[in-house]
Design a binder for this molecule. Structure first.
Ligand code: 4NP
Length: 156
């Protein structure tokens, strides 16, 4: 299989994209997929920060430790380094289209494009929400990770 590298991108890189990164790391490991995986934010407010405590907590409830993750901001070069750039919501997707270099080869998609019946949909931002909103973000991350792994394992 050709080299695959996946970057998950949300706004702050402290809630949704770390959850997508964690869910996809676990899914790739389960399936024995050799994939480089990272996450980033379109915004720069949380560069160097660990994930939001509520994101850490929901991941931990599902057996995944993300406290060592650190926020970083997406860069145009990421479109060369990664084969798939995966936006968590439609605003992130629009921002990524703006910063994508014209010669970039990376496939740009929404996470939920990989999920049957959710094409074009956003993972809702849980930052101003409560634990239930983080549960929803985790569920979307897991569904997206499975769909994306199917896509990639199928050569997509
Ligand atoms: P995320 O959530 O994009 O899922 O990481 C947010 C985190 C921080 C902010 C907004 C959304 N913020 O405005 O600082």
């Amino acid at each position: 299989m050709k080299r695959v590298a996946v970057l998950f991108v949300c706004l702050g890189n402290i809630c949704r994209s770390p959850l997508a990164e964690a869910a996809f790391r676990r899914e790739a490991e389960r399936r024995g997929l050799e994939v480089e995986i990272d996450s980033a934010g379109t915004g720069g407010w949380h560069v160097g920060d660990p994930p939001d405590r509520r994101a850490q907590a929901v991941a931990r409830r599902h057996g995944v430790e993300i406290s060592a993750y650190r926020g970083r901001q997406v860069r145009p070069e990421d479109f060369h380094r990664f084969t798939h750039v995966v936006a968590l919501d439609r605003d992130n997707l629009a921002d990524l289209k703006r910063i994508r270099p014209s010669d970039a080869m990376a496939e740009l998609l929404l996470l939920l494009d990989a999920v049957e019946g959710r094409r074009g949909k956003s993972v809702a931002d849980p930052y101003y929400g409560d634990d239930a909103d983080f549960d929803l973000a985790w569920a979307d991350a897991v569904a997206g990770a499975r769909g994306l792994a199917d896509l990639i394992a199928g050569g997509g």
